[in-house]
Design a protein around this ligand. Structure first.
Ligand SMILES: Nc1ncnc2c1ncn2[C@@H]1O[C@H](COP(=O)(O)OP(=O)(O)OP(=O)(O)O)[C@@H](O)[C@H]1O
Ligand SMILES: [Mg+2]
Length: 357
């Protein structure tokens, strides 16, 4: 039998019509990427036939990028975004990147220790540094996407193998108002809405899911997240005040999506911190019937559907970083909310994967 024809990374890139960087990302992302059959001095080599078959079957499985948004603070955006990211990675073996766009850094410090964060912040390994570099184009850039991404984060299992984090920094507070000015600064031509997208380009292919935890606003930083989003999730407490801004979010995202000429559909509304009182029951019924406030009053937009799983208000989630809690397991970290968060993650995954074709 003739020996198989061997190909290296550069040839695989040529076969697939992509960059070598993309091939390296596939190797990291897909367990089913063929195993190299030999390590030569020039690098690993593969069997050409196996590679060709894989490339034919692969057909660019797109990365799902989901923003978790609500204009109201404290409605469980961070809690649900982090839980969904952890569960996609741990329970469904997806490669996941969580991006923290909120200067409050809540998602960051639930996934890594404050000491670790402080060290990363000093080293410019946060999204704040990314924006700061663009605001000071006369200085040498410090942000490096490969170094800024922290791998194996979360307290679950002392770190989840496929879960990565791009941290935020409180320094974003001072920067965020100046970000819209970037287009005007000096001879710099960067579009202030494209900064995150450009920075992620080398790594995006590595992930099945990118989950973005947004601040409670629709400013330039959030829009940087929406710019790359393939969909968004609206966590809300089922009460009047928390659901107030949902129409505004949907209208704004719709307008932004038209501006950039790219669909950003709402995946759904998820009820959070649900309590067994009459008010919550009534608002939940309106949400399920898709007749929330202005949507029902002929605002011109359809209310996004509800996720079936609603997240109950629980002691385990509220006590958060309690050292007594066994935060290394999902049951310890989320208590009675675990089942709903687990179900929500499956719903998110099914909706994303149904959209693929
Ligand atoms: N299901 C829940 N049960 C009990 N407490 C919860 C639940 N979900 C969230 N919380 C608590 O409510 C507070 C706000 O939650 P979270 O930080 O997730 O909201 P957020 O929308 O991200 O807030 P912000 O707008 O400040 O970013 C936190 O203290 C969190 O621990
Ligand atoms: Mg938050």
């Amino acid at each position: 039998m003739a020996a198989p024809e061997l190909v290296g990374i550069a040839e695989i890139a040529e076969i697939a019509g992509v960059s070598k960087q993309a091939v390296n990302n596939w190797r990291l992302r897909y367990d089913h990427f063929p195993r190299a059959i030999q390590e030569l001095q020039s690098g690993p080599v593969w069997n050409r036939e196996q590679i060709e078959a894989w490339v034919r079957g692969h057909q660019g499985e797109a990365t799902h990028v989901l923003s978790f948004i609500n204009l109201k603070g404290g409605v469980g955006k961070t809690t649900t975004a982090v839980a969904v990211a952890e569960m996609l990675a741990q329970e469904h073996r997806k490669h996941v990147l969580l991006i923290d766009l909120d200067p409050q850094t809540n998602a960051t410090v639930t996934l890594i220790t404050e000491e670790r964060w402080a060290e990363m912040d000093r080293d410019g390994r946060t999204v704040a540094q990314l924006f700061e570099d663009r605001l000071n184009p006369q200085q040498a850039p410090r942000f490096d996407i490969e170094r800024a991404i922290e791998r194996r984060v979360s307290t679950i299992n002392d770190g989840i193998a496929r879960l990565d984090l791009l941290p935020s920094s409180i320094r974003l507070i001072d920067l965020q108002d100046r970000i819209p000015m970037i287009a005007l600064s000096g001879n710099f031509t960067a579009n202030p809405l494209e900064i995150l997208r450009a920075a992620l380009q080398p790594v995006i292919e590595r992930y099945d899911y990118i989950i973005i935890d947004c601040p409670p606003s629709l400013g330039t930083v959030t829009k940087n997240g929406l710019r790359i989003s393939t969909g968004y999730v609206i966590p809300t407490i089922p009460d009047i005040v928390s659901t107030w801004g949902i129409y505004q979010i949907v209208a704004n995202v719709e307008a932004f999506s038209r501006d950039i000429d790219r669909p950003i559909p709402p995946l759904g509304i998820v009820a959070t911190k649900v309590q067994g009182n009459n008010l919550h029951a009534r608002v939940m019924a309106d949400l399920r019937a898709r007749r929330l406030g202005r949507f029902a009053d002929g605002g011109g937009l359809d209310q996004p559907v509800m996720f079936e799983n609603a997240i109950p208000q629980t002691v385990a989630v509220a006590r958060g970083a309690d050292v007594e809690a066994d935060i290394r397991t999902f049951k310890g970290k989320y208590g009675d909310a675990y089942t709903a968060l687990h179900g929500l993650t499956i719903e998110v995954m099914k909706k994303c994967e149904a959209k693929k074709r």
